[in-house]
Design a protein around this ligand. Structure first.
Ligand code: DSN
Length: 392
């Protein structure tokens, strides 16, 4: 590179990424092929519109890329070709937040009510958190987890849905480690005539790998980012039942966005193909095995795991139970090159910038080839660093 300052910073970040144990649940390491597509000449091209109907000339190649990404997205997540015909897919959202925003704008009149998991209990900013624009433009009802089991309580969710009558229910999480019962959510949505949306951003790679239930039989709309367990670039995909697809497409473009990022779409196509491979299925399996091994090893060393374990790629540790705030735990671990993020735990009494827990995830370390025996070593290391500062 001619720009030595940036080249140097890229090298430094490469070095940093290779020298740490990365347990951030929403991060991963993409393949060289995904990087190649991201850094390709597709970044030069404007392509407002959709394949075959663009506002700029010269899109014959970009059309092929976008169509390929769409075909691969449907093929990866929907086994039966006949079922694929029932779904539309949009690969243009710049990221997860605009994807969710586009769905709401397309399907729920402004000012109406939606329902989702609160951020503090494990949901997401765009599921109506108070500082998100989603809560300024729509009303929200929020469910959490049961105080004792720390699991979703479907009877409570049903009661809330019947009382609040939201137009749309969103199921998805950034910090809930258990399997979501999609059939139950579907039944609740049907009882009140609500649209059922799943935000599978965190666990999309696990669904693709067959180690987490697929929401496709139950949801009306499914959004996902592509850079977490799916191990692709930082964009998003919206799947929707055909009856909703036209409204969603119009909302993504021209409603919310201008030109799609063709280099990102090319990179998504690459990651979707990679996720169809047997190697990816093994990867997804190992991600969950590793998360379980790490949670179990920490639990054996006296660290309280929220809900007692995990069925996915992540889990929360209640560090405050031993007198360490999440922020302190994060900082202590970082001094020893273990990277995690502080996180609220259900019913947290501490503030979000210094909450009671940390979130750990295994997508990135599994990409690096680590297995259960390595998780035990990481747990030992975490324990050694934290217990010196714990109150018991
Ligand atoms: N910020 C992401 C996460 O870390 O889970 C979700 O958007």
């Amino acid at each position: 590179m001619k720009d030595k300052e940036i080249e140097n910073l890229i090298k430094l970040e490469e070095k940093r990424q290779n020298s740490v144990i990365n347990l951030i649940a929403s991060e991963n390491y993409v393949s060289k092929d995904v990087l190649r597509a991201l850094g390709s000449v597709f970044t030069n091209k404007y392509a407002e519109g959709y394949p075959g109907a663009r506002y700029y000339g010269g899109n014959e190649v970009v059309d092929k890329v976008e169509n390929l990404a769409k075909t691969r997205a449907l093929k990866l997540f929907i086994r039966q070709p006949a079922d694929r015909k029932k779904w539309g897919v949009n690969v243009q959202p710049y990221s997860g937040s605009p994807a969710n925003f586009a769905v709401y704008l397309a399907l729920v009149p402004l000012g109406q009510k939606m329902m989702g998991m609160s951020l503090g209990m494990g949901g997401h900013l765009t599921h109506g958190h108070k500082v998100s624009a989603t809560s300024k433009l729509w009303k929200w009802a929020h469910f959490g987890v049961d105080k004792k089991t720390e699991l979703l309580d479907y009877d409570e969710i049903r009661k809330m849905a019947r009382k609040e009558k939201p137009k749309l229910i969103v199921a998805g999480f950034t910090a809930y480690s258990r399997i979501i019962d999609f059939p139950k959510f579907r039944r609740i949505a049907d009882e009140i005539g609500a649209i059922f949306m799943v935000d599978m951003s965190h666990f999309a790679g696990l669904v693709a790998g067959g180690v987490y239930p697929s929401p496709f039989k139950y949801a009306d709309v499914i959004t996902t980012t592509t850079h977490k367990t799916l191990r692709g670039p930082r964009v998003a995909i919206i799947f929707s039942k055909k009856e909703f697809s036209q409204a969603i497409d119009k909302t993504v473009f021209p409603g919310l966005q201008g030109g799609p990022h063709a280099n990102q779409i090319a990179a998504v196509a690459v990651c979707l193909k990679e996720a169809m491979s047997p190697a990816f299925k093994n990867y997804a399996k190992q991600v969950v095995k590793n998360a379980r091994a790490l949670a179990l090893s920490l639990s054996k060393r006296g660290w309280r795991i929220i809900s007692g374990g995990t069925d996915s790629h992540l889990f929360l540790v209640d560090t405050w139970a031993r007198g360490l705030s999440g922020k302190t735990a994060q900082e202590l671990l970082e001094t020893q090159k273990i990277i995690v993020n502080k996180n609220t735990i259900p019913y947290d009494t501490r503030p979000p910038f210094d909450p009671s827990g940390i979130r750990l995830g295994t997508p990135a370390v599994t990409t690096q080839g680590l297995k259960e025996k390595d998780m035990i070593k990481i747990a030992e290391k975490i324990d050694k660093i934290l217990k010196r500062h714990a109150n018991h």
